[in-house]
Design a protein around this ligand. Structure first.
Ligand code: FNR
Length: 411
């Protein structure tokens, strides 16, 4: 049965728009700076047209794809996006239930408003993976990784495109703040620890390794009050080091991360139970480094245009990454996917799988779990239809021959 009010992702966007408050709408929808990379992520798909083949008996279409050792019902998953309870009171739990009912992998943000354990429970046997920001305070990350392993997450996706936070002007102007009834659930305990003097004592006694490295007098004091929410934005030449409650704006950006120190450590602590992926690769050079350091997979991403504005659209960065990787590890892509035909085009350009960010948030804002299911169904149906009309019955048969480029091929 169709939802006659909502037959496309574009209609879903409009329906969601009316249902979100201004702060949430701006936070979800904006890109960095003037937003040109955000819009080019979308328009890049318009540069390609599909070359359909006919008379091929497409009565049996198999749109499933293996990913993280399981079978996904379509060629896309749900990208990790922070703070989903801003969109709907059921937040990430609704998303997990929708993914489970549709057999679609869910990526959970470290900065979710539901705990990773609750999301794992709502996911049941459906595949779920955890997006990771590797903090300067490595102990916090280690705790999170161990919890994810215990809860059955199949992989960590290390976000590598946030050494600093991109400049999101609406977020700054709105003085974005998580409403008091919501929390960054995975770190709520640490929040309480660092919010009180007693908590400060407690966290000192439990971080014995830090004690050894830094004399107490030189250790940064925990702030008495929460920092303004935009503290993570770079303030001229002065970087504000983290400390205190773990929030997106204080802890997501980590300018100290490097290949040699992050990936081997992650591989070791994740062990055989969880794959280690990097999310936010945009060049052949970095793809080569990711393979060299033993990453299990690569996600070509520019964070939905929220970090470096002026960066290449992800669809345009994809071919060089695919060429550099030479099938040694899987290559996924996200950014700007709004149609089933976009998924087809990304796969034809060499991606093994796609991830979808904002449309899921729109589904959530529209109708909670039902809205996310609607979003997943629209994209799955469109992708399957595209396969059939292009004359392909298996996802692995979607190759470059099915595309032509509007500007280069002369029309
Ligand atoms: C994101 N994204 C993101 N990525 C990540 O690694 N960790 C995170 O916590 C978040 N949070 C987040 C919040 C919001 C509101 C958005 C829109 C995006 C980026 C996300 O995983 C993905 O890369 C993009 O959303 C893909 O682009 P589209 O599909 O939104 O165009």
């Amino acid at each position: 049965p169709h939802d006659l009010n909502c037959l496309t992702i574009s209609e879903l966007e409009s329906l969601a728009y009316e249902r979100m408050d201004k702060q949430t709408r701006d936070y979800y929808n904006e890109g960095a700076d003037c937003g040109s990379t955000l819009s080019e992520n979308i328009s890049a798909y318009e540069k390609y047209r599909i070359r359909p083949r006919v008379l091929r008996d497409i009565s049996q279409i198999d749109a499933t794809v293996p990913v993280f050792g399981h079978t996904n019902s379509s060629a896309f998953g749900v990208a990790p996006t922070a703070m989903q309870r801003l969109a709907h009171s059921d937040g990430e739990i609704a998303t997990a239930r929708a993914c489970r009912s549709r057999g679609i992998v869910m990526g959970l943000s470290s900065f979710s408003t539901s705990t990773l354990e609750d999301v794992a429970q709502a996911s049941g046997a459906n595949t779920h993976v955890l997006q990771l920001y590797l903090f300067e305070e490595r102990d916090h990350s280690l705790k999170l990784i161990n919890r994810a392993k215990k809860a059955g997450y199949r992989a960590v996706l290390l976000t590598v495109d946030t050494p600093m936070l991109g400049r999101r002007n609406l977020e700054i102007r709105n003085q974005f703040k998580l409403p008091a009834h919501l929390s960054i659930a995975n770190f709520a305990e640490q929040d309480e620890d660092t919010d009180t003097a007693a908590g400060r004592e407690h966290s000192r006694t439990t971080t014995a390794t830090d004690e050894k490295k830094t004399p107490a007098s030189r250790r940064p004091q925990m702030p008495r009050q929460r920092r303004p929410s935009t503290a993570g934005y770079h303030d001229g030449h002065r970087r504000i080091p983290p400390g205190g409650p773990i929030t997106f704006h204080t802890h997501a950006a980590n300018p100290t991360l490097s290949w040699d120190e992050s990936i081997p450590w992650l591989k070791e602590v994740c062990g055989p139970e969880m794959e280690v992926w990097v999310k936010g690769i945009a060049t052949a050079e970095d793809a080569e480094l990711a393979v060299h350091h033993g990453c299990d997979g690569i996600i070509v991403s520019n964070h939905g245009g929220r970090q470096l504005n002026g960066a290449l659209a992800t669809l345009d960065a994809l071919p060089e990454v695919v060429a550099a990787v030479k099938k040694r590890v899987p290559v996924h892509v996200d950014g700007g996917i709004r149609h089933g035909t976009d998924i087809f085009k990304a796969l034809a350009l060499g991606a093994d799988f796609c991830w979808v960010g904002r449309p899921i948030l729109w589904g959530l804002a529209y109708k909670g779990q039902e809205g996310v299911e609607l979003c997943l169904r629209l994209l799955s149906d469109e992708f399957r239809l595209c396969m059939g009309l292009a004359g392909v019955t298996k996802v692995k048969d979607i190759t470059r021959e099915y595309l032509c480029r509007v500007d280069r091929d002369g029309f």
